[in-house]
Design a protein around this ligand. Structure first.
Ligand code: VGL
Ligand code: ZN
Length: 189
């Protein structure tokens, strides 16, 4: 096994968060080369991949149509909620689906998904993370991972921020670093 990370956590790399989607992250598609580089390492070295998905019911509380902050996005089972078609995923990987309750939003891949238990059951301690969006689900997932006792490295070229407020991306990185997340520029080798 690779001596730097035990699994790759790919956060919400769904069609709706890429340019052209319902809630696009600016330059979100710029993550694809780095994400696919990690996925290539995972396929070659048989490292587990866990992909999370934002998976909302149609009338979700986070949608503007229900008084929330976001345009409707990632409605469970729709094309926009599917993983980006250019992801070079291994033939077998684990998916967790979050924010599935109609009345509550959830940004972390650990929130209500059983992910910590899934990882512990597989003796996974060190996560490499990437995905969308840096200032929401990636940040929340990395912080939860750390507070659940996992080591986390975030691959910077594999994530981008929405930046509802300019500067949110940089603030997210500072917060992550302050909580012990290692920020890395290159795929570990
Ligand atoms: C996300 C906003 C709303 C995310 C999900 O995946 O970062 N952001 N829902
Ligand atoms: Zn959402």
């Amino acid at each position: 096994m690779r001596d730097t990370f035990d699994a790759f956590l790919l956060v919400d790399a769904q069609v709706d968060f890429f340019p052209g989607g319902a809630l696009p992250v600016p330059h979100g598609d710029a993550i694809l080369p780095a994400v696919n580089a990690v996925l290539g390492v995972c396929r070659k070295e048989d490292i587990p991949v866990i992909a999370s998905a934002d998976w909302h019911p149609a009338n979700h509380a986070s949608f503007v149509t229900a008084g929330g902050p976001w345009p409707p996005h990632c409605v469970r089972g729709t094309a926009g909620a599917s993983l980006h078609p250019d992801l070079e995923l291994p033939p077998v990987f684990t998916m967790v689906h979050g924010a599935t309750r109609v009345d509550a939003d959830a940004y972390s891949a650990f929130d209500g998904t059983g992910l910590a238990k899934i990882l512990r059951a597989r003796s996974i301690r060190r996560l490499l993370a990437g995905g969308l969006a840096l200032d929401y689900c990636v940040k929340a997932s990395c912080l939860d991972a750390v507070s659940s006792g996992f080591e986390v490295a975030l691959l910077l070229p594999a994530t981008r921020a929405i930046e509802v407020t300019p500067g949110d991306g940089g603030r997210a990185l500072a917060e992550l670093e302050a909580h012990g997340v290692t920020l890395i520029e290159e795929v570990p080798r």
